[in-house]
Write a protein that binds this ligand. Sequence first.
Ligand SMILES: C[S@@+](CC[C@H](N)C(=O)[O-])C[C@H]1O[C@@H](n2cnc3c(N)ncnc32)[C@H](O)[C@@H]1O
Length: 926
Amino acid sequence: MNAVEIEEAVSALAEQPFDPEAFPYAFLEAFGNKATTLKRLRTGGTNKSDLGGVLQTNNIHLATCPVGAVTTTLAALKASPATTRAKAKFVLATDGIDLEAEDLLSGETIACAYPDFPDHFGFFLPLAGITTVKQIRESAFDIKATGRLNRLYVELLKDNPDWGAADRRADMNHFLARLIFCFFAEDTDIFPVRGLFTKTIDQMSARDAADTHAIIGELFRAMNLPYGQRAAAKVPRWAEAFPYVNGGLFAEGTAVPRFSKIARTYLLHIGNLDWQKINPDIFGSMIQAVAEDEERGALGMHYTSVPNILKVLNPLFLDDLRAKLEEAGDNPRKLLNLRHRIARIRVFDPACGSGNFLVIAYKELRAIEAEINRRRGETGRASDIPLTNFRGIEIRDFPAEIARLALIIAEYQCDVLYRGQKEALAEFLPLQKMNWITCGNALRLDWLKLCPPTGTVVKRYADDLFSTPLDQTEIDFENEGGETYICGNPPYIWSNDQSLEQKTDIENVFSRYLKNWKSLNYVSCWFVRAAEYANNTMCKSAFVSINTICQGTSVGTLWPVIFGLGREIIFAHTSFKWRNLASNNAGVTVVIVGLGDCCFSKKVIFSEDEKGGATAKSATFINAYLIDGPNILVSKSNKPISGLAEMKFGNKPVDGGNLLLTRDELGDIGMSFESQKKLVKRIIGAAELVNGAERYCLWIDDRDLELADNYRGIRERIARVKMARLSSRDKGANEMAVRPHQFREMNIGIRSTICVPAVSSEGREYLPIQFVSNNTVISNRCYGIYDSELFHFSILVSRIHLVWIATVCGRLELRFSYTSSLGWNTFPIPLLTEKNKADLTRCAEDILLTREAHFPATIADLYDPDTMPADLRAAHDRNDEVLERIYIGRRFKNDTERLEKLFEMFTQMTQAKAGPAKPPQRLDMH
Ligand SMILES: C[S@@+](CC[C@H](N)C(=O)[O-])C[C@H]1O[C@@H](n2cnc3c(N)ncnc32)[C@H](O)[C@@H]1O
C-alpha cells in the first residue's frame, strides 16, 4: 500500500461507528496488514499483548478502553514488559472519543479526538514500512487531496470516455488545474467568501448532477471576464461574486466534463478539504501522477523529496547566500546589496515536472529576502523577487501547467507569510500573463533563448500563462542579468528503455563529441547541455542523477566531454538511496553532481553517514568517480596490477543447450557411477551460484571420448552440438565444431576454484563469491581464480573490493557487473606479507565454515541484507577488519575513504598522470 491508499483506508475507518473489539484489527488492516496476519493475531498465536489489547511484534501495542481511560491505558501499554519484549515501535490507546499514541523510538506523541486521527496517519506510516521523514508527515493534506482528486479523475473519465482520448487529455488536465485553483482560492480569501466555489456548485446544481458541468462552466466563464464585460456577456447573478482571474487559466473555452452523482459528491468532498494547507512543492509533484495512466497507481510517490531538493540547492547557491546574510549582519548597505543580488538570481530547471525545485528555490529565496527586510526594518515590504526568474522546461503538458500553478500558489503563500493577507490579496488578481514554464523537449529547445545570457532581451510574447504552444521557445520579459543556476532531476533512462525520440536526442547531444554514445543513460544529456550553456553565460548547475553516470564505462564516455567543455565538479553528493513517499523505496541509488568553472576553488564532497545525515569534506579536485583525487580513468588491464593470481573467464558452452543437463536428463542417459565421474561435472553460473540450483554438464576429456560414445544419450547430444556449431553464423563457433564434446574453454581447477558471478544484485552487502571443488565447472556467466590460495577469497568478499567494483565496473541497471579486466586486474592491493596471507586465509575459512553451518541455506538466503545471520555478518566484519588494517592500519571510516585510498594506490601503482582537469576546450573526437 502506498501513502495515499493508507490515508484513504484510515479515513474510511474513522468514518465508521467505533467498535472497540474490531478497532485494533481494522487499524492494522488500514496499514496494509494481510488477512492471514490478522487472523493469526486474532486467534492469539502472534498476539503478544499482556493487557488484553493487540501486540504485533516489532510494530505496535494497541488497546481500546472504557471512556475516559485513554491516558492511563496508554501509560500501561508503554510500561508493559510485553511491549519491550516485542520491540514495539508504537503504543496506541482509544476509547472511541479520544485517541493517544506514542512513537517509542522518537518519544513523539499525538493526542486527538478520535474522528481526527486520520489527520495524523503520517505519524504511523512506519507501520506500513514507509520511513517517514518530518516533511512527509507534514504532507497529510497533500496526500489526502491527491487521493480524493485521483478518485474524481477516474470517475470523470468513466462518465466522459471521450475526455480520456489523446486529443482531449489536455482539456481534462486543464480542467483539473482550474479546479485546484478554485479550491485554493476559495479557502484563502482570494474569492470573497470562504468556500464560495464549492457552496455555489452545491446550491446551484441539481442533486442528480445533470447540470453540474453547466454550472461550473458558467463560473469559469465569469472568471475569464473583467467585471465591465459581464453584463453584456449575460453572466448569471450567482456567478458575479467570482473575481476576474485572467492569466489564461480560464481562457480558451469553458468546456467541463459531465458529472455523475458520485463525481459530484467527490467534487463537493474535495471542496470541503482545507486547501489553505496545500504545499505546492509536494502537492504539485503528487497530483501530476493523477493525469498519467502509468503513474496513477503510484500516485506521485516518486517525486524528489524536499530534503533531496535541498541537497542540490543548498550547495549550489543557497548556502552561499545564507553565509552572505550572516556576514552582512545588520549592515543596511550590505543587506541591500544582497537583496539586489537575490532579486536577479535566475533558477532554471530543464526537466521541471510540476516545478518542485523551482518552488523550493523560490520559497528559500523569499525567506532570505524576508530576513533582510526584517533586519533593515522593512518588514512587510513587497518582494523584489520576480516569479519569472524561476524558469523550467517540461515535456508533459499537465505537469507544466501544474508547475505554473504551484509557483503562483507559492508566491501567494509567501506574500501572506511575509507581508500579510491583505497585501497578498491586493496584488494577487488578476494573474499576470507572463509565462516562464515552457512545455517542450528540453534537449531540442535552445536554453539560451529561454534563459538568455545576461543583458539581452527576449523577443517574443507568450500567448498566455496557462496555454503554451509546444514550439514556444521565447518568452516575454526583460532579462536583467545576474546569476543563473541550473538544477533539477532529469529523467534516468537506460539505453534499452529509450524511445526512438530519446535515442535521437542523445545522438543530437553527443554525436559531435563522441562516436560511442549509444550506451549512455538519457540523463547524461542534461549535464552536457548545462556545460554547453555555461560556455555562453556565467552559470553553475547541479542535477540529481542515477549514480551510474559516475561509474564504470560511463565515466570514460561522459566526463571527458564535460571536462573538455571547461566544467569541473564543484560539489558532489556521493551515492545515496532514493527516499520518497513510496513504501517500496528499494529503487534507485543516486548522486548529485554540481558543475562550475574550472577555477572554482571551494570544492566539497558530501557523503551520507550511517544515521542518514551528511558529512561534508572539502576537496582539491573531484574526479568523475566523485573522489577527491586525480583526474584519472580506470581502464581495463590484462593482468592484475597487484601481481596476485589471475582471474579467468568461465566456460562458454556454445552448444545449442546440448552440453548442459538437468538432474533428470542426467538420469535418462543411464551412465554407471564410474562413467559419470569421468564424463560429467556440476556446472554453476551466476544464478546457480546464488540460488543453489543443480545443473550438470558433459565435461569430456579427449581421452574419454570413446567411453562417452558408448552412451546413445551422449552421442546424440554431441551430434547436436556439432550441428548447432556448424549452422551458427559465428565463425568461432564453426571452428569449434571439430570438438563438439567440449566447451569453448575447458578451464577447471585441479583442486578448487574461486567463482565470481559476472552479474549480481546490488542489494547485498558483499559480493556473492563461491569456493567450489574440482567437481564443479563454472559457466561463462562467472569468472574464476583456479587453484589459488584461499586468501584471494578473503579479498574478493571484502567490503573494500565491492566498493571498487561498484565504482569502477559500474552497474547493469540495478546489478553489479563484474569483469576481471576492469574489476580484479585494476584492484589495488598492498604487498601482502606471509603473515597477512595467513590471517586472511583464516578469515576466508571462517566465512566458509560459517556458511556451512547454515546448510542448506543458499547464498541468496545467507546474504539477504534483512536476514543475514549474525555469525556470518561477524565473520565478514572480522575479514574486513583484518584486510583494512593491512591497507591503513585501522578500519576505514566510510566508503568515500576506502575509495580515496584505492584511487591513491591505483595512481601510484599504474603511475597514471595525476593532475587537474584539462583546460577548457571543445572536444572533437571524430
Ligand atoms: C525525474 S522527473 C523530475 C521532476 C520533478 N522535479 C520531480 O521531482 O518530480 C523528470 C521530469 O523530466 C520530464 N522530462 C522527461 N524527458 C524530458 C525532456 N526531453 N524534456 C523536458 N522534460 C523531460 C519528465 O516528464 C519528468 O517530469
